[in-house]
Write a protein that binds this ligand. Sequence first.
Ligand SMILES: O=c1ccn([C@@H]2O[C@H](COP(=O)(O)OP(=O)(O)O[C@H]3O[C@H](CO)[C@@H](O)[C@H](O)[C@H]3O)[C@@H](O)[C@H]2O)c(=O)[nH]1
Ligand SMILES: [Mn+2]
Length: 934
Amino acid sequence: MGNDGYLPLFETKRAKGRALYRVFAGSMFVGICLIWGFRVSHVPREGEDGRLVWIGLLAAELWFGFYWILTQAHRWNLVSRHTFKDRLSDRYENELPGVDIFVCTADPVIEPPLMVINTVLSVMAYDYPPEKLSVYLSDDAGSHLTFFALLEASQFAKYWIPFCRKFNVEPRSPAAFFDSISNSHDSKQDKELAIIKKLYEDMKNQIENATKLGCLPEEVHLRHKGFSQWDSYSSRHDHDTILQILIDGKDLDARDSEGCVLPTLVYLAREKRPQCPHHFKAGAMNALIRVSSGISNGQIILNVDCDMYSNNSLAVRDALCFFMDEKKGHEIAYVQFPQNFANITKNELYSSSLRVLSEVEFHGLDGYGGPLYVGTGCFHRRDTLCGRKFRREIDNKFSVAKERKREETAQALEEKSKALANCTYEEKTEWGKEMGLKYGCPVEDVITGLSIQCQGWKSVYFNPERKAFLGVAPTTLAQTLVQHKRWSEGDFQILLSKYSPAWYANGKISLGLQLGYCCYCFWASNSLAVLYYSIVPSLYLLKGISLFPKCSSPWFLPFAYVAISKYGCSLAEFLWSGGTVLGWWNDQRIWLYKRTSSYLLAFIDTIAKSLGLNSDSAFVITAKVSDQEVYSRYVKEIMEFGASSPMFTTLATIALINLVCLAGSMKRVVMNESIGRTYYETMLLQVILCAILVLINLPLYQGLFFRKDNGRMPNSIAIKSIMKIGSLEFVAVILLAFLCSPNAVFGIRFVIDREECFSHNVKYDGDTVHVSFVVIKADSTWHSSHEGVDLVVKGPSGDQIQDYRDKISEKFEFVARQKGVHRFCFSNKSPYFETVDFDVHESHFTYYDQHAKDEHFNPLLEQISKLEEALYNIQFEQHWLEAQTERQAIVNEAMSKRAVHKAFYESAALIGASVLQVYLLRRLFERKLGMSRV
Ligand SMILES: O=c1ccn([C@@H]2O[C@H](COP(=O)(O)OP(=O)(O)O[C@H]3O[C@H](CO)[C@@H](O)[C@H](O)[C@H]3O)[C@@H](O)[C@H]2O)c(=O)[nH]1
Ligand SMILES: [Mn+2]
């Protein structure tokens, strides 16, 4: 209670623990700055391996840091709201405003009429004076099946609404209610329950039969005059406006089974013409706004999607507590409820519950001026939706919904209103621009909400304990990705549009809200950094080049801290929002998938569109039903790849690259323990990153290689992604080198202070061991004459095999007389550190000295293995050349430009030659294989 004794209709509470969170966020920020510091201070010198890649990583990390700062706007200032509905009733029960409810549907196949009318019935049964309630169904398919279902529902409502009132039923969607009660004990209710259930089943059967057949029995057409409007109908894209007031609340005969007034119920299919853009849901909503203004003209408009049934019959009153509050109500333009879903499985495989968004992020936005309008579960003031600007002095009087003087009949009203839904009505008007929902954006809702907020209005996020609306979340991976493509594309378009939260909104909404909007608007551009981070470090892991600090370095700490606390925090948020640990893991996977497919495509499409290469993006409607088999996999939480989608190709490609890289790097450790140890010390973060990427992609590998059911990845995708990998030349070579062969090439780069030893296990007596090393650089700017290292090679019995002194680079081979562990010890006598690139490769030439053995009778195989061997030798040589080139480049830094150029051309020629060799040998190899098939 305020000092003046005023009792508000709602209160706003700040979340607890904000100070703690802010300290934590501060420490994260320090960590992020340190990471940036590391990147900037360790950029490889010009000419050194990985310089460009390093700069790319710097860019990615700058982006992630920046994006993380944006996400803080969602967490810095959480608030939650509470309403006092009893005060509302005490003060205003007789002066409640008219409420018009808009339900949109667009396709009777993916939005079945039975589902649609369940939503309609649930909102008709709100606990609100029925004479003030009007429900409008917009049917963008203009389907007579949907009309028929609504007609049936208008009859059923006469029994359903009194039943709900009498037994205070929740939820008020009949389907959801009958599903929820399996064992009711109230015997009086039991009897009536049985009756109403029977009525519902009858209606359901009628509707389902018609839907299955796809047409209506002849006699049905005679049941209602409204069907005659389909006489001139040619297709869903080409028909007149169809408008039918099915229940006229003002009609004294329109009463329910207990004689009470019924809410008004209207069916509308706006005019559609192929040459006339219809602007998807935004167009439908604007038609509804106009048509309803002539019929009921409720001051408050509730918008729900056809799958979002009301789960809480008091939600209208909750919303009114905000609008009608005497002190703050006048500045509130809309009240957004969260999007919740009825079909979420325990661990939400596709992360479609939007849990963190509704339990955390929107509360954060609310702290800065109000949430986005997200298209469903949102109450608006009619006049703000029509473009009224905010003015402080305007008083907040809600006129009581007046009795409409009905001189005209409902039929005359219908005829008059039809013109408002015609295609041409909007020509040369502000509809879609300054009035109603905005056109041209796949997220008409977000851009409309933003423009309302920019006019000075506030919005409110209300997330009550009992969920107000429950919808249908996507049940396959493809649907999820398509939906997110639409969202991220729309949001990104907003960023580039004239309503951009980054500049247009400047000074119009709070900075926190600007950042909050940007966070969603940048979803699409996130894809680039994520793509880079999920591919490049793994490829460099395979190459043996470290891109992160090694674990003994102090720079390791900020990386570890930021990664652990970022994911720790996200896990905590997820659990706190009611999720499970596995659910969180799935959520991370879907984030990766969305960012590397939906967001990437959205990014490309938006850029293409702004360059004029692409036309307007379409609104792909999310399916609300799936076939039995697909649905049963959804319930069992088995990932659905079934239908081929171009988005799967990028997902599969990334997954395979990471698998190859991890396998390749593990092979090094298995083949040579000593190198492996050093390797893992310098590569730990890269190994972890790659391993996590592989782990998170497990369902994808299963879908690609192991599953037999219809939900597995289509073969075409597997082939496409393998081809994609193949086109990356060096990955292909490495893939061959590491996976197909029993031998392997190791390359390791290490820094040597005094002495460093490696061992290599030679498997067979008489194997040829190829060794090479290059001193890449010395840590001294003054000396360059004394660099060079000694290398001593010893056999298994300690006998010295080779001994090189003061060498900058060497390449040699020897035949191991004895199998067993050979040791390679480098020593550095200079006073400074030197970086050495070292490579060992063992060839087991079986055909060389074991002609007579039985297992080698097949000369073709022998040839192939020879070829393979040659391929590895080339790779080995190439590595040595590269190391040499690198060294050369560093040395050349001080030399004249001409010399640099010469070295560059020389090395390019060398690399070119070796690539050519690889290519020629490969062809030979392929031809051999081809021949062997003949
Ligand atoms: O031409 C169209 C296309 C869609 N719709 C309706 O729009 C609603 C939302 O479509 P849906 O495919 O379910 O999209 P979602 O991604 O689930 O919807 C979210 O995102 C959309 C913006 O991208 C918003 O419009 C929605 O309100 C919001 O719930 C549904 O009721 C459709 O019937 C139309 O009325 N006409
Ligand atoms: Mn939907």
